[in-house]
Design a binder for this molecule. Structure first.
Ligand code: ADP
Ligand code: ADP
Length: 217
């Protein structure tokens, strides 16, 4: 489902963020990505999402080699991916419901079905009662759950989360992990990065550890 074949990513300026990495993630697997800041976690997730391109090597997602895809084909790959990334900001000028609706508007989803989908996604993350609330009135944990609802509203087969628990207290962070587990349990492939490995230990899942763009022991 996700396969890296000797992937190197060098950013303009010569910084090698990933060095000759090969690995695979099975369909439906839940995998953690660990490593200190700068280890290459975000870069790895961005390559899977097609946000960045490998400098060399192959990145296969759902059988498509992203390194060879024309830019015009990328949106089709993206439709199967949900992203919980720090730079995907909540829009604070509109209510919770509209924030989650946004991705469906972009892909031109039928309006009536879309509203149903939005409510299903909010229900899933425990925010159904807050659909009319403005995001500013949500707690940090609730805002993160809003981001997750927005990431899954189009029912992606792959869910990528870049340090989703970074700014949360431990109890909230564990709630978020449980939520990701619930998506894994319905068959979604889930890849979550974190620098705090203690959050991952209870799950008995594979942990891919990165250090300076390579696998760490
Ligand atoms: P992590 O997510 O583990 O903190 P990143 O993937 O963000 O790691 O970064 C890996 C390395 O690539 C770091 O040395 C970082 O400075 C560098 N890097 C990340 N993004 C860019 C960029 N857009 N341009 C240049 N260097 C970058
Ligand atoms: P419904 O019949 O309610 O429209 P489905 O039968 O398609 O929903 O899905 C069953 C349940 O699994 C729903 O609660 C749905 O939200 C959830 N689900 C299925 N796939 C995904 C996904 N990729 N991401 C999030 N939730 C999903």
């Amino acid at each position: 489902m996700i396969q890296f074949d000797q992937v190197t990513k060098r950013y303009p300026g010569g910084n090698e963020a990933l060095k000759n990495l090969s690995f695979a993630i099975d369909s439906g697997e839940m995998v953690f990505l660990a490593g200190h800041s700068g280890a290459g976690k975000s870069t790895l997730l961005k390559l899977i999402a097609g946000i960045e391109r490998a400098t060399s090597g192959g990145v296969l997602v759902n059988g498509q080699n992203l390194s060879k895809l024309r830019p015009s084909q990328l949106p089709y790959v993206r439709q199967h991916i949900g992203l919980v990334f720090q730079d995907h900001k909540i829009l604070f000028d509109r209510p919770v419901f509209d924030n989650v609706m946004l991705p469906l508007n972009i892909i031109g989803f039928d309006r009536r079905d879309a509203a149903k989908r939005v409510r299903a996604a909010l229900d899933k993350v425990g925010l159904l009662g807050k659909e009319k609330a403005m995001p500013i009135h949500l707690s940090g944990g609730e805002q993160q759950r809003l981001c997750i609802a927005r990431a899954v509203v189009h029912r992606p087969s792959i869910l990528l989360a870049d340090e989703p628990s970074a700014n949360l207290d431990r109890a909230y962070a564990l709630d978020i992990m449980e939520l990701f587990k619930s998506f894994h349990q319905v068959g979604v492939t889930v890849v979550i990065s974190a620098h705090d490995e203690t959050l991952m230990e209870d799950y008995g899942r594979r942990i891919i550890r990165l250090r300076e763009g390579q696998f760490a022991a």
